[in-house]
Design a protein around this ligand. Structure first.
Ligand SMILES: [Zn+2]
Ligand SMILES: [Zn+2]
Length: 336
């Protein structure tokens, strides 16, 4: 869809915001050269090697992925560590692909006409057959998401989208496939998001689940926490994802819920999957492993390799949780 391309171009244009405070961006290249082992110096636990992973490399973000220049600022991490963080503002629309499609138009549409749905137990192609079989899949005859002509009931206006994409779904929009469009966002613009991520990851005392945004992709969108599947299905709606595992909501714009191999860097180490994001603690996130049992992953699906240092592997999309948990400290409210 060409509209997305236009909006991306608009986001790129905001680079010239004249931010006179952005004096620290050159620090990137210096820290890259000097930080590969600094993390472990703060760490007294026996597994300090797991954190010797180097610093965030803001140069990995794709051209156009950031709406502003990256700046640095003092920050206090969740474990009390005072350090330096990057302030990273993602553009809010993925530069590496066009968003959508989301919902199929009819119950005879093929998988190309729609995106995907995942609910914690499976990933489903959002084709016409999926819509036709909802009552059977979820064991509830109240599912009826198409009319007598086989047309799928889809949110068709910004107002319907807003009324359906919230916890208390308007009853008139039950049995609708919910999809948003870039043009329905406020002012028709992508929603930028600024996150604070430690320049160098610092281990936490214990691994922790994250609240709020889990990270940012290299192509410019936030990785959101789990989609509220129970509320979505409880309202007889499907909050459709596109084939890259993201969708719109009226407030956060486009955001990611499932890692399916989009937004990846080109270079991949032997036996690895490609990196596609940074987690909020500053560690890299790679795509899911085909066989997670083949690697000795920790409780957060992370491990240290010679080529890539410590990094997480994303969960498979069906789990509806991109990053299992974080071993590093984060900035409280840093996912603002
Ligand atoms: Zn969402
Ligand atoms: Zn790995």
């Amino acid at each position: 869809m060409s509209l997305a391309v236009l909006l991306i171009a608009g986001a790129c244009g905001s680079d010239d915001s004249g931010d006179s405070a952005a004096t620290d961006t050159d620090a990137t290249s210096e820290t890259d050269a000097t930080t590969s082992n600094d993390v472990s110096s703060d760490d007294t636990s026996s597994d300090s090697d797991t954190a010797a992973a180097g610093a965030v490399d803001v140069g990995l973000f794709f051209d156009g992925a950031l709406a502003q220049e990256v700046t640095t600022e003092d920050c206090t991490l969740s474990g009390g560590t005072e350090t330096t963080c990057y302030s990273i503002t993602v553009a809010g629309d993925p530069v590496s692909y066009d968003t959508g499609p989301f919902c199929p138009a009819t119950i005879t549409d093929s998988a190309e006409a729609g995106g995907i749905w995942f609910d914690g137990t499976g990933v489903y192609d959002l084709d016409g057959e999926f819509i036709a079989n909802l009552a059977e899949l979820y064991g509830d005859d109240n599912w009826m998401m198409y009319d007598e002509d086989g047309n799928v009931l889809v949110t068709e206006t910004a107002e319907e989208f807003e009324a359906a994409a919230r916890p208390d779904v308007d009853p008139s929009l039950q049995n609708h496939c919910v999809e948003g469009r870039a043009e329905w966002l406020e002012n028709g613009e992508p929603v930028t998001s600024t996150v604070l991520i430690p320049v160098e990851p610092v281990l936490a005392d214990a691994a922790a689940a994250t609240r709020g945004n889990l990270g940012v992709t290299l192509d410019g969108v936030v990785i959101a926490e789990s989609a509220p599947v129970d509320a979505i299905l409880g309202a007889y709606t499907i909050a459709a994802f596109d084939d890259c595992g993201g969708h719109y909501n009226p407030f956060d714009g486009y955001h990611l819920h499932g890692a399916v191999g989009c937004s990846e860097v080109d270079e991949v180490s032997d036996g690895e999957t490609a990196m596609f994001a940074y987690a909020m603690d500053g560690f890299a996130v790679h795509s899911p492993l085909d066989d997670p049992d083949s690697a000795d992953l920790d409780e957060c699906n992370g491990h240290t390799t010679e080529a890539d240092g410590y990094h997480y592997h994303a969960n498979s999309a069906e789990q509806n949780l991109v990053i299992e948990c974080l071993i590093g400290q984060t900035v409280d409210g840093g996912g603002r």
